[in-house]
Design a protein around this ligand. Structure first.
Ligand code: CA
Length: 232
């Protein structure tokens, strides 16, 4: 689970970001000014900060400069959110130490893609840990799936799909959300593709009964529900 701190003074925008990111499995915290954000950063660690440029009091730009200069502590990457599309402002934003820049208004797809890219680029150690549920194990470092210690051979798409499910258990996802998460920016994949890959994945897991983990939620999409939680 990735934690994101949203620093934004407009409640509507915070709510919109929450609406986009929550179903994707992110844990979100909110602050509406630099002072609250500083407190939140002192209380827990985050994988990313979404920082509005125009904040009351200390601006998002100044605050980014401030936290990036404190080199003794490693701060999470920052994506700057702003209504300014001007090229020189963009340079200012990146010079302040921001890792990326999104101009408002942005699409849900763009926001999700940028966040994923920045987290991937800046680390994301959590993704490297093996996950196991009742003998079904995925090892991201070795890029290997095994069932009761026997390797299972999966296509790249099935592997990504299974990894997404195993790292986001017990949550219902629509086909569109699964497409965004697994196929990413590739807009040419149809929703039906999700069903095709789920069918294949279930077939591979069927002999051991693990196919029951992947549940169809009528009218919604799919959910990965491991009956016994043995997270290792
Ligand atoms: Ca603002």
């Amino acid at each position: 689970m990735k934690r994101i701190l949203i620093v934004e003074d407009e409640p509507e925008i915070r709510e919109m970001i929450r609406y986009i990111l929550e179903p994707q499995g992110y844990l979100l915290s909110e602050a509406d000014n630099a002072q609250d954000a500083r407190r939140a950063l002192g209380e827990q660690t985050f994988d990313l900060i979404l920082m509005d440029w125009m904040l009351p009091g200390r601006s998002g730009l100044e605050f980014t400069q401030e936290i990036k200069q404190k080199s003794q502590k490693s701060y999470p990457p920052v994506i700057m959110l702003t209504a300014r599309a001007d090229e020189s402002d963009k340079v200012d934003g990146l010079n302040s130490g921001a890792d990326d820049y999104i101009t408002k208004p942005f699409s849900p797809r763009e926001l999700a893609a940028r966040i994923k890219a920045v987290i991937r680029r800046t680390g994301g150690q959590q993704d490297e840990l093996p996950i196991e549920y009742s003998g079904l194990c995925i090892d991201p470092v070795r890029h290997q799936v095994s069932l009761a210690d026997q390797p299972v051979s999966l296509s790249p798409a099935e592997y990504k799909l299974l990894h997404f499910f195993m790292s986001h258990p017990d949550r219902a996802y629509t086909r569109t959300q699964i497409l965004d998460q697994v196929w990413g920016d590739n807009a040419y994949v149809e929703e039906r593709t999700v069903d095709v890959h789920i069918r294949r994945l279930r077939k591979l897991l069927e002999p051991s009964g693990h196919d029951a983990f992947i549940q169809t939620i009528r009218g919604v999409g799919y959910r990965f529900t491991p009956s016994h939680l043995n997270r290792s």
